[in-house]
Ligand binder design. Structure first.
Ligand SMILES: NC(=O)C1=CN([C@@H]2O[C@H](COP(=O)(O)OP(=O)(O)OC[C@H]3O[C@@H](n4cnc5c(N)ncnc54)[C@H](O)[C@@H]3O)[C@@H](O)[C@H]2O)C=CC1
Ligand SMILES: O=C1[C@@H](O)[C@H](O)[C@@H](O)[C@H](O)[C@H]1O
Length: 338
């Protein structure tokens, strides 16, 4: 396998630029063949110095650029459905950032389009599945050492939210990671959601309901709670404690260097996801490149993307009135390819 996988990257913002750098210098076996962003200056800045890359304002032009064999979608969530369907139409494997498609109807259209092809093409960017600590927790739960899982206690804090971030996005963008992690760790679907609103922080932009407290119920009766606080101001903190019938395990405490001096010991706190999950993004993209080059598709599937959207939609309903909302999950299209 000597030929590099030519990747078209759609969206050259925070994540897109980071993935472009990763594909160019962080992983092996791939090269950036094209970049599309309506803001072509952003695309050009992200692609600067990379040999042979073409920059486009238009997604279709990037997908049709010479040498493109796969697609990495890093545009905003509402643009993902069109991008995924355009990639499917060309038979191109895709790594699509979360949320796969924020609304469940659109997400289901993607699942159905892939099912019609009869083979997987999409991997969804739920990178926590590639994080070393999450993987250890998953292995521990699967080993049965903690007994049957009863509860997950999760924390998800960002220093500040980007412009335009809405109250619904705390659930369907930020908490989409916990939705996927809970489904994956428990090996169960989530069936109901309740979202409570503590008083909003004075640091939250006007009108943003931040923090929120989210409670998920699973099909076998486990509960997962999530504190999501996207303008906490003090650091990027992602924690998860699993409590089983015979033990508990906690991850997410020890990130950042411990510094001792002047009679004090303190620990640095990462300020964003690009630092906290750097290794997970690298592993996710390397796995995707490796699988694509051998003609396989692995990792979180379009069904996982759809299920996360369906759970988040129930959460957004509950956010309106604080009442428990049940998850409407469509039957999985068969044959099961996802
Ligand atoms: N896995 C993770 O931890 C993270 C994932 N994300 C996800 O990555 C995606 C992008 O987020 P950010 O980079 O933070 O946003 P951003 O706003 O920094 O960048 C988005 C870029 O996409 C461009 N764009 C808009 N419409 C487009 C279209 N139709 N086709 C191509 N490009 C288009 C914009 O001009 C902008 O340059 C989102 O889905 C977001 O949820 C974001 C942060 C972390
Ligand atoms: O995916 C991400 C962002 O889109 C989201 O806005 C943040 O809250 C998350 O921490 C980050 O991982």
């Amino acid at each position: 396998m000597s030929e590099l996988l030519g990747v078209a990257v759609l969206g050259a913002g925070h994540m897109g630029a980071d993935h472009i750098r990763r594909l160019d210098r962080g992983v092996s076996g791939a090269r950036v063949a094209a970049v599309a962003d309506p803001d072509t200056r952003r695309a050009e800045a992200a692609a600067a110095g990379i040999e042979g890359v073409r920059v486009h304002a238009d997604v279709e032009a990037a997908l049709d650029a010479p040498g493109v064999g796969a697609v990495l979608v890093a545009s905003p969530g509402p643009a993902h459905e069109e991008a995924l369907l355009a990639a499917f139409a060309r038979g191109l494997p895709v790594l699509c950032e979360k949320p796969m498609v924020p609304d469940p109807e659109g997400a289901l259209r993607v699942v159905e389009a892939e099912a019609r092809l009869g083979r997987r093409l999409a991997q969804i960017g739920f990178m926590r599945r590639y994080d070393a600590e999450y993987r250890r927790l998953k292995a521990l739960l699967d080993s049965g050492r903690l007994g049957r899982p009863l509860m997950l206690h999760c924390t998800h804090r960002n220093v500040s939210s980007p412009p335009g971030f809405t109250s619904a996005m705390l659930v369907d963008s930020s908490v989409s990671h916990e939705i996927d992690a809970a489904r994956w760790l428990l090996g169960q679907e989530l069936t109901a959601v309740t979202v409570l609103r503590p008083r909003s922080s004075a640091a939250a932009p006007q009108g943003l309901i931040d923090p929120q407290f989210v409670l998920f119920e699973s099909e076998q009766g486990a509960l997962a709670d999530v504190e999501v606080f996207v303008n906490c101001g003090f650091g990027y903190q992602v924690r998860c404690e699993a409590v089983g019938e015979s033990g508990s395990a906690r991850i997410g405490e020890d990130h950042g260097m411990q510094v001792t001096g002047g009679g004090d010991t303190c620990r640095e706190v990462p300020q964003d996801y690009l630092v906290r999950f750097a290794d997970a993004y690298d592993r996710q993209v390397q796995d995707w490149v490796d699988a694509t080059r051998r003609g396989a598709v692995t990792g979180p599937s379009a069904w996982d993307g759809y299920a996360a959207a369906a759970v988040a939609e129930a959460g957004v309903r509950s956010l309106e009135d604080g009442r428990r909302a049940t998850v409407d999950l469509a039957p999985r299209p068969g044959p099961h390819i996802a």
